[in-house]
Design a protein around this ligand. Structure first.
Ligand code: SF4
Length: 127
């Protein structure tokens, strides 16, 4: 698996998270961190796609798979990818897993584990 800012590994899986301020946005990012720690893929910067940073755009374009995790139905991360004309092979809106945007008692780690499980399942179905 490739690391570093400028790899062009076509087998690479890149993980983009909306990392929104709401609990569900933070769940998206925690899930992305957890998946990267497991070696499922490399966490990558969706903000760099919005800012059109050339070397990062190249790496995202050349990746084998792009996983996008959004924290709510606004789908900010997926829309950034669309605007950058980048395909998305796996997309998860964490609220579709029953995770509330602003719960009374946030369970960051447990919720992130549910998202990670969903992504693992979708990735194995997509391979
Ligand atoms: S998708 Fe929802 S949680 Fe994520 S950044 Fe957008 S508004 Fe915030």
């Amino acid at each position: 698996m490739a690391n570093g800012c400028c790899s062009n590994d076509t087998n690479e899986t890149l993980i983009f998270t909306c990392a929104g301020a709401a609990h569900s946005g933070q769940v998206s990012n925690r899930a992305g961190i957890g998946l990267a720690q497991e070696g499922v893929g490399n966490l990558f910067c969706v903000a760099a796609m919005g800012a059109e940073i050339p070397d990062k755009m190249d790496r995202a374009r050349n990746a084998g798979k792009r996983v996008v995790i959004d924290g709510c139905e606004d789908h900010c991360a997926r829309k950034i990818m669309e605007k950058a004309s980048l395909p998305v092979e796996v997309h998860v809106d964490v609220t579709n897993l029953g995770i509330e945007k602003k719960p009374e008692k946030p369970q960051l780690i447990n919720d992130a584990k549910r998202v990670m499980e969903e992504i693992r399942t979708l990735l194995s179905a997509a391979s």
